[in-house]
Every structure is written in structure tokens, then in C-alpha cells.
Design a protein around this ligand. Sequence first.
Ligand SMILES: C[S@@+](CC[C@H](N)C(=O)[O-])C[C@H]1O[C@@H](n2cnc3c(N)ncnc32)[C@H](O)[C@@H]1O
Length: 238
Amino acid sequence: MPVPIQPGDPEQVRDLFDRIAPAYDNLNDLLSLGLHRLWKRQAMAWLDPRPGQRLLDLCCGTGDLALVLAEKVRPGGLVLGIDAAAAPLERARERARRQPWLPVEFRQGDAAATELAAGWADAAVMAYGLRNLPDPAAGLQELRRLLRSGGRAAVLDFNRPADHQGATAAFQRFYLRRLVVPLARRAGLEAQYAYLERSLGRFPTGSEQEALAAAAGFTQARHRLLAGGQMGLLQLVA
Ligand SMILES: C[S@@+](CC[C@H](N)C(=O)[O-])C[C@H]1O[C@@H](n2cnc3c(N)ncnc32)[C@H](O)[C@@H]1O
């Protein structure tokens, strides 16, 4: 039995994403049947990116969103992708090198403590990142600080079903235990993907995320369910 990875432990989480980086994109496509691209498009649509804007992709991983957004902010704009782990960033930079016209940069750092100036970004996205932070409330506070007034943010992640959503929770358990973990086991990544359910166990529900976002100073916060309640998109206005 592999040793469980502790959600909320930054070193263990960083090592996890360094370890899975080579398989991450393929497993994402396989485990979501490619649907993660659709959900990411929905998150990016909320930002309504325009040429000349400065955008952030926090917890950018291998750069899926940053690379698409960079196309939208041309000319004159910039997308900055930030991630804690070196290996996914290396893949993101490799992808960017193949499209040298894209205004995109990648930087290693903590999404909850970026050291960027307040109001740096016109808009920001965080996909499958908030759940991995030691303190999601602190992540939302940093996100609010980074946005100019009126700027939008989209936070996409698995939805943690509320108590009354029993069928959604049952399907999610089935999906994570019977499909995700066995497929990841074949790639030698059982512990890494078993972490997904463990991390969801401490993740705020949609209404809790709305409350945390309001407390962080967002003027609008709406959590939308996607994929029959399996995913959640937190749409924010600073
Ligand atoms: C599930 S991946 C998502 C990657 C990408 N956004 C996507 O949707 O494909 C989560 C990413 O969050 C990063 N991460 C975890 N904790 C972080 C932190 N405190 N600051 C920045 N990135 C972090 C991990 O290294 C990992 O690349």
C-alpha cells in the first residue's frame, strides 16, 4: 500500500506534481475523456480576455490555460503563469518555445504569496489549484490583492458535493476510486491520484467558497456547477 500524500503539505504536494508531470497531460485527457478542455474554456470565457491585458494563470501546471490566454491578449498583453513545481513549469516553457510569438512567461512561486504588486492583473485564472493550497482562504485573498478593481477571476476545480447532494457524491466516489486510481496505478501513480479524493475531503463546498471570496473582498462571487455537479467554477469580480 503506497504511503498517503498529505493534502495541505506544500512539500509533499510539490513533489507530487513534479512526479506526475510527464504523465499529467495524457492522464488528464484520459480521465476526463478530454472534457477538461471544455471546462477550462468555460473558465477562460468568464475572464473575457482582451488584447493588451495582463493576465495571471495561478497554479498553471503545464500551461494549458496560460498558452490559450496568451493568444487572446496579443498584441501588447502578457500572461504570467505561476506554479510551485519545477517539472510542470519546464513542460509549460517547452510548449511556449514552440509558439515563440505568444506573450507568455512562467515563474516558479507560491500562488498564495506571489510577491507581485497589488492590482497587477486585469484578470486571473486558477484551475485545479485552490484545492492544493494549504489554506484556500489565503489563496483567495492573494487572488483578490492581485486583481485591479473590477477585474475578474475564475477558479475551476472539482466540486465538493454538499451534504444534500448524495447522488453526486456517490458518483464522484465511484469515479475517483474505481476509474481514476486504478488507471493511475497502471502508470505507477496510485498514491498521487489517491490524493485527489483526500484533497477534496478538506476542500470548501461551493457555498463555502462564495463566502470565503466575499470575506476576501470580492464584490461578486458565484459558484457554478459543471459536469452534473462533478466540477465547480467560482466566478469572481474584484
Ligand atoms: C492539478 S494541477 C493543475 C495544473 C493546471 N492549472 C491545469 O489545470 O492543468 C495543480 C498545480 O498546482 C500547483 N500548485 C500546488 N500548490 C501550489 C502553490 N502553493 N503555488 C503555486 N502552485 C501550486 C501544482 O504544482 C500543480 O502544477
